[in-house]
Structures are given as structure tokens and as C-alpha cells.
Write a protein that binds this ligand. Structure first.
Ligand SMILES: [Zn+2]
Length: 676
């Protein structure tokens, strides 16, 4: 269930997190959590630990989580609320067949029907395995690879729609690299004991999967090595996450015949025919070098080995929705990567899956019940204030030439915000859901999602489309739209509460908004103009100065060591860290410019400025397992929570004067990075 093919820039790592509207508080001091502070830690040594130390001590990570944070707590609460809704739908005998009530109820029923799931084992997928078995030549192989795209099995690459980087009014088709079972190429290629252990565990896991499919042990072990060999070759040919950050690197429009020349062993017309997308003349080829290698493998790897590889990918895609033995093995592998000790209860896994595949149906119900219109208005006010501050900053930035300034102001004026939920809801009428088998409901949902996405290709963009469900605790900026999106899920404590003091609302949701707006001007987003087109609008001398600022942040974060052999990848996180610094600064200035600031009071001795910075730090309260920290450090462009807080504050003189941070403190950068 992955999808890339767009350049969206998020606030936290994309996942299945969902939010809950907690009851608004009436206590003005709420929002600033004095009981979370660890006053035994110096705020000048480690502000994150000072702000969250007691919270961290009191919130050990539950065995079935890889991290535990303020977001995880909300996430779990909403899943429980959604579960209640699903149970109600499941019990509703009068739901009309084909209605959304029937689909929501039946999906949940099939997922909870453990007895049937265990009785059926692998049987529901028999026809899919038969397709692999019947491959006789390279044309058959290609047909199965194409079919697997439709049912959501990654068999070497991913296909989908994206907004054209160069013509943001149009949706185009795009292909990107894929084909790996582990989370990233680094897991295959990096030296060091810990990555090696993951590779060994992966071979054991794939072996076990083949055994569960009925293969004798010795055969299963040799099959696992075949899978590993193919994936390692694909990993070597893969573009790194760092290189993918530059939109120019992943944009290569090609005609179908040019694609044919790049990959002569693969017929794109046949592929487009199978997925029913005839008539497309050009596609974006994301990673040409990867596809050259993949093309060579189509010929050099035997058909028999390709069958082994496809069986492995088919079973890996669906194992979580099959009988217990498959679920257990799949969890064991997940556990190696994330450090999670025990499985989540079945209901929670089913609700998470359903919340993904039927996310906008659940979201419609969610916002009707839990998202007050007054929140939307108050948040839009904060957005307005932050934009004003940035407009002033852009007007007065001393280093910017008039031409670049004019273009930057234009981009800001064209930027808009969507708050809460999309203006149009999804139509699920073509999706068939019944009472089981569960895995077939999941498969049909995948087909529905794939076809819905495909339907956009070759058409003008739909500005009402959202990339995230409204119940998601996250936010994003889409540079091709030049729009920031703030789902209802994040517009609640600890990020926002209508009754919080303004210091806390600005330090948390204000910072989130500033972060997303800054994405329009970070090293990635700044390459798109106000109309969402990839087009340079910077004068060379301005661009040079701007690059020096983001370079400064890259160097700062590269110095943070998070494990014996592991540093933060500065080049991977520089965009997010830039958005953090720019965003917090904008939020601070907007707070000072607000009418609420004039009436701001001390709370328990803490000044409004101190409250602002504590509010910021406390929205990041978290404990995380070392394995998951390593995983995120490899795949996630966001720095770990502690460094998002301390790394950002070290560049903020306002913070340093608010807390009297001495010259030589680690909470003060020796080379301060300045965005604006
Ligand atoms: Zn971001």
C-alpha cells in the first residue's frame, strides 16, 4: 500500500496515523504541561529532555508499538472510536446492499472472522499463484507483472498518476523504481553488523514463507537466496532517497517508443493495454538507470527464478491478511526492522487497514461527528497571520534582489490553504466488499484504489483531491498545487485547542502551518513557481545565498550521531529541517503580531515566549526503539523528534534570550543557520 509519484512534503512521516478531537479544555494553563518537565535537566544542555523528561519517564513504549508519542496516544484513541462505528455498521442488518454502511460493516466482519481466515489459509490466493505457475515465456511474465500492478503487488516497479512537474494543470502517468522487500536500498547495501543482521533475518523470513507455501525446506532456502540476489541487484540500481529529493532527477518525460528503447525487453504498449490505459502517448520515467538494469534482469534471470521472485512478492503483499502462520512470520520480520515486541490486537490491525482503504468514507463520518466549524475559522486566522509575517519578511529581506523578491511574493500570494477535509467526498460505488474472505476484500480494495488513481491520467487536475484522510494527524504541502493541507486530525490537542493560551497554539499548530508554508521555499519546494511548475524563479546571486542557508542546515544535522555507527543523513533531512526552522520563526513572529500576545500572561512563572517554546517542544514528546530510529533514519526525510526540537532551537536567538542560554551551550549553534 505505497504510493509515491507526487512531490508532497509532509509534516511527519506518512503512516496510518489518525487523530481524535479530544474534549476542548477549559483550563487556561492546559496546553503547557508543567508535569512533563524534568527540572533536573538543564534547559541549556538539552531543551527537549528538559521539556519532556517526566513524560518520557512515565510513558514507556507498549510492547506492540515501535514508538510511543503524543501522536500515538491520540492515534490509538481514534482507532477505538472508528472501531465502534465499524461494529455498529457490522451489526446493522438493514444496511442496503452496496451502501457504504454495508461495505464498512462487511469489511470489518471479514477482517475479524479469524476462524474462517485460519481455515482458508492460502486458498483464496490460489488463482494468483496459478497465474505465476502458468508463465511460459517472457510475454507471460510481463502480463503477470502488469496484472500485479493492478492488485497492488510490487513486482519491480510502481505505476500511477502524478501532476506534471512542468505543466501543473495536467495529470500524467509515471513509473518509479520498486521491487524491494526491505524498506530501502540501504538495507541491502550498507555495511555494519546491524544492517547485516536484518539481511540475514530477511532471508530466514523469505525461506519460511516458501515453506508455508508448501515447499520443502532445502528448496525454500535456495529460493530465498534467489529472491535476495534479484533484490540486491535492484537495490544497487536504485536511486537513493537523497537523489530522489531533487525533482529534476525523477522527471524524464518519454514517448512510448523512447521507453521501448530504454527497456527493449519490456513492452510498454502491452503493459498499458493490460492496465486498460491505451492511448497514453508519454509517461514520466522516474529512474531511467534503474529501469536499464531491470530490463537486463528480465533477460538474464531465468523464467523459473522470476517465478520464485513473484511468488515471494505476492505472498509478502498479502501475508498480513491471511491465516495466523503467515501473519506471525510477517510480524517477526516487522519486529526485526522496528523493534516492536508483540503484535497489535487483531481489531486494531483491521481498523487500520480499513481506515486506509475506505479512508474518505470513514473521514466523512469523522468530520461530521468530531470537527467543529469554529476550529476551522480559528485555524484559518492563524494561517492568515503567518502569511502576513512571511510577506513582511520577504519585503524586507536585505539579501534578496527585487526580481526574486517579486517572484517570491507572487508565489506566496498564489499559495492557498485547505483546512479540515476536502470539499468533495469519494465515490466508492464500484468497490465490492462482502463478508469474506478478508484477503479478497483487501485485494479488491487495492484494485479500486489503483483504478481510481489511473482514471486521473490524461485529464486536468482535480483541485478537490486530498492525499491524506481528514482523520490523519499530519499535514502537507503540495508544490505542484502550491497548497498547504491541514487535515482535521492535527487540529486538536496537543497541536491545537480553542481554549489553549495563544502561546501554545502558535508554538504548536502555528509552527505546523509555518512549516508547511516554508516547504514552498525550501531547497525542494523553491524549485516550483507559484503555479506549481518546476521553473527557476531565482536570480543566480539569490539562489547562491539561499543554497548557503540550506547547506548550513545540512551540515548542522549531519553532525548528530544517533547510534554507534549512525549519523543523521543531513542531505536527506535538510528540507524538513529548513521547514522546521523557517516555520518556527514565522510562528513566533505571528504570535508577537497577534492581538492575543498583548494580553498574554505568565503561567507558573513562565513568560509567554517561554510557553511558546515549551509548547513547540512538548508537541514532540516521544519514546522510540533503537531499531525504529535506525529505520526512520534510513527512509524518513524528517529528523528524529529530539533533533527537530534541539536542532531548530539552536538556530533561534529568540529562544536563547527567552531561556538565557549561555554562549557555549549545545543549545546555541556555533554557526547559526538563517533562512529568513
Ligand atoms: Zn515537512
Amino acid at each position: 500500500m505505497k504510493r509515491w509519484l507526487s512531490a508532497i512534503l509532509t509534516f511527519v512521516v506518512c503512516g496510518l496515523s489518525t487523530g481524535v478531537s479530544a474534549t476542548p479544555s477549559n483550563d487556561e494553563s492546559m496546553g503547557l504541561r508543567l508535569d512533563w518537565l524534568d527540572k533536573g535537566i538543564s534547559s541549556a544542555q538539552n531543551f527537549y529532555a528538559f521539556a519532556n523528561g517526566h513524560w518520557q519517564q512515565q510513558h514507556s513504549i507498549p510492547s506492540n508499538y515501535s514508538r510511543w508519542s503524543t501522536i500515538s496516544i491520540l492515534d490509538k484513541k481514534i482507532l477505538q472510536m472508528i472501531q465502534q462505528m465499524l461494529i455498529e455498521a457490522e451489526k446493522n442488518k438493514s444496511a442496503k446492499p452496496g451502501s457504504i454502511q454495508q461495505k464498512i460493516g462487511d469489511f470489518y466482519f471479514s477482517g475479524m472472522d479469524e476462524v474462517t481466515i485460519n481455515r482458508l489459509g492460502i486458498a483464496p490466493l490460489k488463482s494468483e499463484f496459478d497465474k505465476i505457475e502458468s508463465i511460459k515465456n517472457i510475454q507471460d511474465l510481463q502480463a503477470v507483472i502488469a496484472y500485479f500492478q493492478i492488485i497492488g503487488v510490487d513486482s519491480g516497479f510502481n505505476f500511477g498518476s502524478m501532476q506534471d512537474f512542468m505543466n501543473s494543470e495536467n495529470m500524467i502517468g509515471a513509473v518509479e523504481q520498486g521491487g524491494l522487500g526491505l524498506p530501502d536500498r540501504d538495507y541491502y547495501l550498507k555495511e555494519g553488523k546491524k544492517f547485516q543482521q536484518v539481511r540475514e533475518a530477511y532471508i530466514r523470513y523469505v525461506t519460511k514463507m516458501f515453506e508455508l507455501l508448501g515447499d520443502p525446506s532445502e528448496q525454500a532456502a535456495s529460493e530465498a537466496n534467489v529472491v535476495m540476489t534479484i533484490e540486491k541487484t535492484l537495490a544497487e540500481a536504485s536511486m537513493s532517497k537523497i537523489d530522489q529529493r531533487d525533482p529534476h532527477n525523477v522527471y524524464h518525460m518519454m514517448t512510448i517508443s523512447e521507453l521501448g528503447k530504454l527497456t527493449p525487453n519490456f513492452s510498454w504498449p502491452q503493459f498499458l493495454n493490460t492496465i486498460q490505459l491505451q492511448g497514453v502517448k508519454r509517461l514520466n520515467m522516474g529512474m531511467p538507470e534503474f529501469f536499464k538494469k531491470w530490463n537486463a534482469l528480465l533477460q538474464s534471470v531465468s523464467l523459473n527464478d522470476w517465478k520464485i521472485y513473484l511468488r515471494s512478492h505476492l505472498i509478502q503483499s498479502f501475508s498480513s491478511f491471511l491465516s495466523q502462520a503467515f501473519v506471525d512470520e510477517s510480524f517477526k520480520m516487522h519486529s526485526i526492522i522496528t523493534g516492536t515486541k508483540t503484535q497489535l490486537p487483531r481489531w486494531q490491525r483491521v481498523v487500520s487497514t480499513e481506515n486506509h482503504v475506505l479512508g474518505f468514507a470513514i473521514g466523512q463520518w469523522y468530520v461530521e461527528k468530531y470537527f467543529p466549524a469554529s476550529s476551522k475559522k480559528q485555524v484559518l486566522d492563524i494561517v492568515h497571520n503567518i502569511r502576513n509575517v512571511l510577506r513582511e519578511d520577504l519585503q524586507t529581506l536585505s539579501w534578496m534582489t527585487p526580481e526574486t523578491r517579486k517572484a517570491a511574493l507572487k508565489k506566496l500570494d498564489l499559495m492557498s490553504a485547505q483546512v479540515g477535509y476536502p470539499s468533495k467526498w469519494w465515490d466508492y460505488s464500484t468497490l465490492v466488499i462482502d463478508r469474506g474472505p478478508y484477503v479478497l476484500n483487501v485485494k479488491r480494495a487495492q484494485v479500486f484504489l489503483f483504478k481510481r488513481d489511473l482514471h486521473k491520467i490524461g485529464k486536468p487536475i482535480d483541485k478537490t483531491e486530498w492525499e491524506m484522510n481528514p482523520q490523519t494527524i499530519n499535514a502537507y504541502y503540495n508544490p505542484s498545487m502550491n497548497i498547504i493541507y491541514l487535515p482535521a486530525g492535527i487540529l486538536q490537542p496537543p497541536f491545537f485547542d480553542p481554549h489553549y493560551p495563544a502561546s501554545i497554539n502558535y508554538g504548536s499548530i502555528g509552527y505546523v502551518i509555518g512549516h508547511e508554508i516554508t516547504h514552498g521555499f525550501d531547497d525542494q519546494g523553491a524549485q516550483f513557481d507559484g503555479h506549481g511548475n518546476l521553473k527557476n524563479w531565482w536570480k543566480p546571486q539569490d539562489l547562491e545565498k539561499f543554497k548557503a542557508a540550506t547547506q548550513c542546515i545540512m551540515e548542522q544535522y549531519s553532525q548528530y550521531k544517533i547510534d554507534d555507527d549512525l549519523f543523521i543523513q543531513g542531505k536527506l533531512v535538510m528540507g524538513e529541517a529548513t521547514a522546521d526552522l523557517g516555520g518556527l520563526l514565522l510562528a513566533y513572529r505571528a504570535f508577537h503580531a497577534s492581538t492575543a500576545y498583548k494580553n498574554a500572561k505568565r503561567i507558573d512563572g513562565y513568560t509567554p515566549d517561554q510557553q511558546f517554546f515549551l509548547g513547540f517542544a512538548q508537541s514532540w514528546a516521544e519514546n522510540i526503539r533503537p531499531e525504529q530510529l535506525r529505520n526512520f533514519n534510513t527512509v524518513d526525510p524528517h529528523p528524529p523528534a529530539q533533533y527537530r526540537v534541539n536542532g531548530t532551537l539552536a538556530n533561534m536567538p529568540y529562544f536563547q534570550s527567552a531561556f538565557d542560554i549561555p554562549e557555549s551551550s549545545p543549545m546555541r549553534s556555533q554557526h547559526r543557520c538563517v533562512i529568513w
